[in-house]
Design a binder for this molecule. Structure first.
Ligand SMILES: NC(=O)c1ccc[n+]([C@@H]2O[C@H](COP(=O)([O-])OP(=O)(O)OC[C@H]3O[C@@H](n4cnc5c(N)ncnc54)[C@H](O)[C@@H]3O)[C@@H](O)[C@H]2O)c1
Ligand SMILES: [Zn+2]
Length: 361
């Protein structure tokens, strides 16, 4: 039995999120009729003798996982497998893995027979606390990340936080950056809640993880409520990502996504402070209580030059005007998008973040 459950309302279809404290639900899923099981290769390797002990490898499609595999060719491999099942539109796909498997298999589920029944079991912090809801599926194209995609939520999501015990530290920390962002976006109370829980979360305490995953999803849900298709308010969830994406690409993806988002929030808050939206005391509190301690990998941004960052920000696909855009927060934890970010502000923000990182080491 799930320990908690809630429904996400979607214009495509409402769907349920079930939070589980035992892996028994997997047995029920895999013995369901007409189902095709797709599992992340690392997850399969780690859990083959425990959670998946009743399965034969021939009954499962085990997919190798890397960002390079988020391509149409991987989707074609899934189609090749799906057409071997006699069930067609009434086929159920069950995917077990992180955000990459979600993106590839969700895209396949949304397009084959114009959409089949799809159940997603996220196994990473990012996928459990953030990407599993929202209904986006994405593929990379040429050098463009997430250029191709569909809106197609899973029919049901099962969250089993114990999967996170085996995640590699760097991947876990990347997810933690999104958890941090969502707790800040949830307002003062949710933010202070994470300040208290963060030492436990970083040690992967199951109770603390359960709480922050649930709160992250509630916050994301609130931002999507009237804007499922990302035309207005949902776009604010890109807080930290305008700088973050530029940092990721100019560092040639050496800075993990979630850590780049933390750096991006530090930079955005500095600009908010310069524009008088955020009091200096508050900017400092946010940096010292959560953002800097969240940068466990202590990435170096010394080599990054501001011009490269500005060029990268100009290429962002979510940009809608000629000027640079930035999402900023104010003292009341409200979020605003501005379209008049200047190059001078980018330079100042990067200098400031570099200084803060120096202060860390
Ligand atoms: N669709 C969306 O809304 C959305 C949102 C945010 C991010 N994303 C995408 O998600 C991807 C990142 O996903 P992610 O951070 O979940 O990780 P991931 O899917 O990239 O997996 C990271 C690594 O962890 C391994 N792994 C997965 N679960 C594990 C476990 N329980 N134990 C041990 N190893 C495990 C994987 O095999 C892989 O090697 C990016 O491609 C990003 O674009 C999608
Ligand atoms: Zn992100």
């Amino acid at each position: 039995m799930p320990v908690s459950q809630f429904t996400i309302h979607s214009r495509i279809r409402d769907y349920d999120v079930l939070v589980e404290d035992s892996a028994d639900f997997i047995d029920a899923l895999i013995h369901g009729p007409r189902s095709c099981l797709i599992v992340d290769e690392n997850v399969w390797r780690i859990y083959a003798e425990s959670i998946f002990r009743d399965l034969r490898v021939e009954d499962v499609m085990v997919l190798p996982i890397s960002e390079d595999l988020k391509r149409l060719e991987s989707v074609q491999k899934i189609y090749d497998r799906l057409v071997t099942y006699s069930a067609k539109r009434n086929l159920t796909m069950i995917s077990i893995g992180g955000g990459i498997l979600q993106d590839i298999s969700g895209f396949a589920a949304s397009t084959v027979y114009r959409g089949i029944n799809w159940i997603f079991v996220p196994t990473t912090l990012l996928a459990q606390a953030d990407s599993c809801i929202g209904g986006k599926t994405s593929l990379n194209y040429q050098s463009y990340k997430n250029l191709i995609g569909t809106f197609f939520p899973p029919f049901r999501i099962h969250i089993y936080p114990k999967f996170l015990q085996t995640q590699l530290e760097a991947d876990f920390l990347s997810g933690y950056g999104e958890v941090l962002k969502l707790h800040i976006m949830g307002g003062e109370e949710s933010y202070e809640g994470l300040v208290r829980l963060s030492p436990l979360v970083l040690r992967r305490d199951p109770g603390a993880l359960l709480q922050v995953i649930s709160n992250s999803l509630q916050v994301k849900m609130a931002y999507m409520a009237d804007d499922e298709f990302d035309r207005g308010r949902r776009n604010l969830l890109n807080f930290g990502h305008d700088f973050g994406h530029a940092l990721e690409s100019t560092s040639h993806f050496e800075i993990p996504h979630g850590q780049a988002v933390i750096l991006g929030m530090l930079a955005a808050n500095l600009i908010s402070r310069r524009r008088g939206l955020l009091e200096p005391k508050m900017e400092q509190h946010l940096a010292e209580s959560l953002l800097l301690p969240g940068l466990v990998a202590k990435p170096s941004i010394d080599a990054l030059d501001a011009q490269a960052m500005i060029d990268a920000m100009k290429k962002d696909k979510k940009r809608t005007s000629a000027d640079l855009a930035l999402i900023m927060m104010d003292n009341r934890f409200e979020f605003h998008r501005v379209d008049d970010l200047t190059a001078e502000e980018v330079v100042a923000a990067l200098d400031n973040v570099r200084g803060k990182l120096g202060y860390l080491s």
